[in-house]
Design a protein around this ligand. Structure first.
Ligand SMILES: CC(C)(COP(=O)(O)OP(=O)(O)OC[C@H]1O[C@@H](n2cnc3c(N)ncnc32)[C@H](O)[C@@H]1OP(=O)(O)O)[C@@H](O)C(=O)NCCC(=O)NCCS
Length: 200
């Protein structure tokens, strides 16, 4: 009898571990993406339950990274901004992100998005941001390529990326993606227009 009870306990414990593994594992679903430095992230479309990943990413990013992405240094998104960033229609507003499991939790380490121009549906505004400790290992470029693929399959021909004129890394990334990209000065910003026929 004691033996049966022991087995029952182990079965219950095993089922519990499997349930936790399944539940937490699901949250990190996505395609495996190996980086240049050997780390592997998961890549998938952004979804509404990703809000906590955005909150943490903004809280922990370097000032310069936040400034380069948003043109201002802020540490919190409003509820409305979080909704805007994560509740997407997948056609006119699309975003793809990269996550990694770290210290038992899933962490968002990069995101690339486009928002279609309502005046010219063949064009969209795009942006990409990579966490500081994941920059320089090919993540921004790879994510942008996947964004470009998603954009093309939705009938978009050009991505316009507003980049601060002082943001050398991002300007270099744009040239790397499309060597013939057009750069149009717009105050402190430069509008980089990438032709998807050349990017892909
Ligand atoms: C710009 C940014 C997205 C680049 O992402 P990343 O993952 O670090 O870049 P990658 O490792 O994929 O590099 C791709 C190319 O970008 C260029 N690049 C990236 N970092 C660079 C740097 N520090 N200096 C010069 N060129 C750089 C290179 O051409 C590189 O190609 P290579 O590796 O073949 O030489 C990232 O630095 C970032 O998130 N910055 C803060 C937010 C931001 O500026 N967003 C852009 C607004 S649209």
């Amino acid at each position: 009898m004691a033996r049966v009870r022991t087995w029952t306990w182990w079965l219950a414990a095993g089922a519990g571990v499997a349930a936790v593994w399944w539940l937490t594992g699901r949250r990190e679903e996505g395609d495996r993406l190996p980086l240049k430095d050997g780390r592997v992230v998961r890549m998938r479309e952004v979804r509404p339950e990703d809000k906590p990943l955005f909150v943490r990413a903004l809280r922990t990013a370097r000032d310069q990274t936040v400034y380069h992405r948003f043109g201002t240094v802020k540490r919190r998104f409003s509820a409305e901004e979080l909704r805007y960033l994560t509740e997407l229609d997948g056609s006119n507003h699309y975003a793809i992100g990269a996550t990694i499991r770290s210290a038992g939790a899933v962490r968002g380490v990069a995101v690339a998005r486009f928002v279609r121009d309502p005046r010219d549906p063949s064009q969209a505004e795009a942006a990409v941001a990579v966490a500081d400790d994941f920059q320089g290992v090919g993540l921004g470029r790879t994510l942008f390529m996947h964004l470009a693929l998603a954009a093309r399959s939705r009938g978009i021909a050009r991505l316009v990326c507003p980049v601060l004129a002082t943001n050398r890394a991002s300007l270099a990334l744009m040239r790397r993606l499309d060597p013939e990209a057009a750069f149009e000065p717009d105050g402190a910003w430069v509008l980089a227009t990438l032709d998807l026929a050349r990017v892909l």
